[in-house]
Design a protein around this ligand. Structure first.
Ligand code: ATP
Length: 300
């Protein structure tokens, strides 16, 4: 009898250091131009051979994660099984660190990890390109969960080109248990948007600051077109932003569709001070530190 092996993969959360959003297209999607950075908050997916597809979850906000076919990791297993022509005979166990509905793409990281884990378990031998194409079918942020590091995302955020980045970036992440739905934030964005929205372009100033490891300029370039919509839905977030800036953060922004607020600190010690100020502002449930950039999904 063969020994039943399980495969563990970890995949990082992401921050959008800049996120430019264009007008909603006829197919419902918004064109994006974003600079992604993968940060050191990780999801782990353990894939174990099983009679049929099943899923369990532990860790951060586990009670709010679906355990059925609506879970992105479950859909990832089905998709890759279909692609490889094998039955989706796997149990997936998710260990979550990334807040649910926090705007840091935790579910997408789970999907990226599940793709890689199932490919390893079923000996699929798929190339990174093939896996990335499957990832894009699952969601716009899933390909970046595979790639990691720093990348420019265009299209729906799924067309990636790696970007050069030097230096280490110390983040303070103020998270809230009551998340914001990305769909609600985009709907509010549409309601607030002027009629003549330009096509989104990647921020070249930010990219050159990342190449030069110019922390001040990176901090000053943080920008998120969804922030006004997120602040409109959750006005208290403005207090977290203000507290971070008053504590000397090089920049602060709502992360993606929120409600996580990300602040860039000068280093580890400064991050602790910024975190204390954000906690004192009383708008978040938890403050934690992360560094970036880090690698994408990989088998442990
Ligand atoms: P994004 O930044 O891509 O909008 P997010 O981090 O804000 O993502 P997620 O935590 O990925 O949001 O998930 C949002 C919703 O998707 C959850 O409220 C949940 O109902 C559903 N979901 C599906 N699969 C997962 C998963 N594996 N983990 C967490 N939520 C999931």
């Amino acid at each position: 009898m063969s020994v039943v092996e399980s495969v563990t993969v970890r995949a990082p959360a992401k921050l959008n250091l800049s996120l430019a959003v264009g007008a909603r297209r006829a197919d419902g999607y918004h064109p994006l131009a974003t600079v992604f950075q993968a940060v050191s908050l990780y999801e782990e997916v353990v894939a174990t051979p099983a009679e049929q597809l099943s899923l369990t979850v532990e860790g951060r906000d586990a009670d709010r994660v679906p355990r059925d076919g609506s879970n992105l990791a479950w859909r990832a297993a089905e998709l890759i099984a279909d692609h490889l022509g094998v039955p989706p005979a796997v149990h997936l166990h998710l260990r979550k660190q990334v807040p649910v509905a926090g705007g840091m793409a935790g579910g997408s990281a789970d999907a990226a990890a599940a793709l890689l884990a199932c490919d390893a378990l079923w000996d699929g031998g798929l190339t990174r390109e093939r896996l990335s194409a499957l990832a894009a079918e699952l969601g716009s942020d899933v390909p970046f969960g595979l790639l990691g590091h720093t990348a420019v995302g265009t299209g729906r955020g799924d067309l990636l080109s790696p970007a050069l980045s030097r230096g280490r970036y110390y983040w303070v992440l103020a998270t809230r248990r009551d998340g914001l739905s990305a769909a609600d934030v985009y709907a509010r964005f549409d309601a607030l948007a002027p009629a003549d929205l330009p096509d989104p372009e990647p921020d070249r100033g930010l990219l050159s600051a990342l190449r030069a490891a110019d922390l001040e300029q990176v901090g000053g370039s943080l920008a998120n077109d969804l922030e006004p919509a997120a602040l409109d839905l959750a006005p208290g977030l403005a207090r977290s932003l203000a507290a971070a800036r008053a504590a000397g953060a090089l920049g602060a922004m709502v992360s993606g569709s929120g409600p996580t607020v990300a602040a860039l600190a000068r280093g580890r010690r400064h991050a602790t001070a910024v975190g204390a100020a954000m906690t004192a502002a009383g708008e978040c449930d938890q403050v934690q530190q992360a560094v970036g950039p880090v690698a994408g999904a990989r088998v442990l």
